[in-house]
Every structure is written in C-alpha cells, then in structure tokens.
Write a protein that binds this ligand. Structure first.
Ligand SMILES: Cc1cc2nc3c(=O)[nH]c(=O)nc-3n(C[C@H](O)[C@H](O)[C@H](O)COP(=O)(O)O)c2cc1C
Length: 369
C-alpha cells in the first residue's frame, strides 16, 4: 500500500509511455518531498534509440506525467535535470511543494487510461474543436495534420515503406525478438503480443520466426515477404485513422533537454487526445531513420536498406517541407475509437525504487502506521 503522497504520485507517474515499454527510469526517494529520477537509455543495443533520444523523450513524458500526478495530492512538482549528470544516465531532481490550487489537473484522470492503439481506428474526421484542443495542448510546438483519404493513403504507404526497412534490418532483429511477451494480453515490462496489431495466425508465424534471424530472413524472402505484417501493421491502420500528424519544434532538436521537452509535449498531446475520446499510435521509425541519414551515420550493414532510408528521408522532407521535417520530434496517427483490450502494464513501484536511506525509512514508517 502506498501511504505517502510521494509513493502515490510515483505509482501514477510510472504509467508514462516509453518506446517498447522499456521504462528507462528508476526512482530514488530522498525524503517525503524530494526525489531523484535516474534515467538510462538503450542506445547500446537498440537501433531505435539513436543517441538515447527515444529514451529521453520517454523521460520527458514521465516528468510531464509526474507533474500532473502531483496535483492529485495538492502538490506542485518542480524539476530540473542535474547538468553534471551524463546524457546516458541523466538525473532529474524533483521537489514537491504545496500547490495553491489544490484541484487535480483535468488530465490526471487520463494517466492510467491512455494506451497505444496499434489497430484500426475510425476514419471519422477530427472535429475542428478537437484539432484546436490538441494544438493548444502543445505550447511551443506545431502540429501538421495529414487528413483525408489521399493524404492518409500517402502516409500509410510511406509508413509501410519504412516498415520494410524495420522488418528486414538485422540490426533491429534483437529488439523485435526481445520486446514481445508471447501469448499475453498484458505485460509489465514488454509489449504483449495481442497489442502488436496482427491477427492470431500472423502472431504465431511471427513467434516462430523471431526465434532465429535465419527464420526471419526466410519469411522475408518467401511467403509474400514482408507484405503480410506490413499490410496489418502499417497499410490498413495507416488508412483506418482520422489523421496522421507530425509534432514540430521551433528549432531542430539536438540536446537532451530538447528531447525531454518534446516528450513532455507528446505526453500532453496524448493525454489530451485520450480525454477527447481519441486513441493514438506514435510512428517514430521515419523520424529516427531520417535523423541517422541527415547525420551521415550508417546504422545498417545492408547497403540497400541504407539507400532506401536515404530515399525515405528525402520523401519525408517533400511531404513535410525540409525545415519542418528537420524540426519534427514525433509522428503518429490518431482517431476515434475504443482503447485497446490488450496493453502494456508497468513494473510495480517496488521494482522501480532504488534503495536509499530515505526509502528504507519511509518503508519502516509505513509499517508502523
Ligand atoms: C518515444 C516513444 C516512441 C514510441 N514509438 C512507437 C512506435 O514507433 N510505434 C508504436 O506502435 N508505438 C510506439 N510507442 C508506444 C510504446 O510502445 C508504448 O507507449 C509502450 O509500449 C507502453 O504502452 P502504453 O502506451 O499502451 O502504456 C512509442 C512510445 C514512446 C514514448
């Protein structure tokens, strides 16, 4: 039982999203009103975590969620990154103080509800009022919308082309092999197979194939290549949504603080979408692979994949405009529809807490109350 406000706040804040549900954070409680968030990233083994940026976006989402969660206890969370901490292991210092306005933030009720929807959504267009509400939720960022049949079809094809790289790249294989929890509706620390967005037969085939890279290669070469998963994961959902979007910063993001700030905005957008009855799926692959290309960094041993990524990066610049494409911090799709019945859960709070004298003292006090 979490009897202290700080414990309840953390128990709620841990519902923040992270790429592949990696939860790149641990909590070190330093007192009843003070804690450190210890971040880490997966850049050493995950091709999607270029320079740790995806993890930094997730940490931003966590900070935003924590700030909102604090209001449920009548508290305000002040936070700052310890500038002496390494980008690969950032430390965020959090202080909780009494808040003059003791009402919970209106988005607090969305924190646990929000979940990624990878399946088809309604293609009913977004109302102007909802688009305005979504745009106003991300101060300092602009949202580009891709709506209507032609634009959605264009984006669906673009995402499917990116997925060809994702699915055929040896460098992405270890991530795909490790992040799925099979035969599961829920998962504490990974993505349950039923939330991936493919039908049961394709799930079984994927499970067989992902055990060995040779099998993935065999499937990619025969049995329709990557068409079946791309149809289910990209083309159909890419069409069956209200809109695709790009979240665009005023400047090209480069520092850890830029990515943390982007994560805060993405989470505000996502929680606002949830409050409007919308579901959302981030579509980060094109953003990440384009950044590798722009920086002239080779991220695959397969020249054909690199060349395709370079063509797709150019296509993104044509679709969004060169400067907008460079300033884009996230892409995704959203639409009206139910939340998913299968979803990722989170590690229990006790597993996210790093021991400190204060954590033990709080635990002891909790026992005595
Ligand atoms: C930085 C970031 C990148 C993500 N990229 C993708 C993505 O490209 N495709 C996708 O389906 N989900 C993506 N997600 C969603 C996560 O997989 C999801 O949030 C996580 O598994 C937890 O599940 P939940 O959001 O349902 O709680 C991303 C989330 C974050 C924070």
């Amino acid at each position: 039982m979490n009897i202290f406000p700080i414990q309840r706040i953390l128990a709620l804040a841990r519902w923040a999203p992270s790429g592949d549900n990696t939860q790149p954070w641990r909590f070190q409680v330093l007192g009843k009103d003070r804690l450190h968030i210890l971040g880490h990233d997966t850049r050493a083994h995950c091709v999607y975590d270029l320079d740790g940026h995806a993890s930094q976006i997730a940490q931003g989402a966590l900070l935003e969620t924590l700030a909102i969660a604090a209001t449920t206890e009548g508290l305000r969370a002040d936070m700052a990154r310890k500038t002496s901490s390494a980008d690969s292991a950032p430390v965020y210092e959090i202080t909780l103080t009494a808040h003059q306005d003791s009402r919970p933030h209106p988005l607090a009720a969305m924190i646990e509800k929000r979940a990624v929807q990878r399946r088809a959504m309604s293609s009913r267009p977004l109302s102007e009022a909802h688009k305005d509400a979504l745009s106003s939720s991300v101060t300092g960022y602009r949202i580009l919308w891709f709506e209507g049949l032609a634009q959605r079809w264009n984006m669906a094809r673009f995402m499917a082309a990116n997925a060809k790289n994702r699915l055929t790249m040896p460098e992405a294989y270890p991530t795909h092999r490790d992040i799925i929890e099979w035969n599961a509706q829920f998962s504490d620390d990974r993505v349950p197979d039923r939330a991936v967005g493919v039908d049961p037969l394709t799930t079984r085939l994927m499970r067989w194939a992902l055990q060995r890279w040779e099998r993935v290669r065999f499937l990619n070469t025969w049995l329709g290549g990557t068409w079946v998963p791309r149809l289910q994961l990209d083309l159909i959902p890419g069409l069956r949504c209200a809109a695709h979007f790009a979240l665009v910063a005023e400047q090209e993001p480069s520092t850890i603080d830029d990515f943390v700030m982007a994560g805060r905005s993405l989470q505000r957008l996502w929680l606002t979408a949830t409050s409007l009855g919308l579901v959302l799926q981030p579509e980060m692959t094109p953003v990440i692979f384009s950044r590798y290309i722009r920086q002239g960094r080779n991220f695959t041993s397969v020249p054909a994949i690199h060349d395709r990524a370079a063509r797709l990066a150019k296509r993104l610049e044509r679709q969004l405009g060169t400067s907008m494409a460079r300033h884009t911090v996230a892409m995704g799709r959203l639409g009206y529809g139910p939340l998913p019945s299968s979803r990722s859960l989170r590690l229990p709070l006790c597993r996210l807490l790093v021991a400190s004298d204060q954590t033990s003292q709080l635990a002891a006090e909790a026992q005595n109350q």
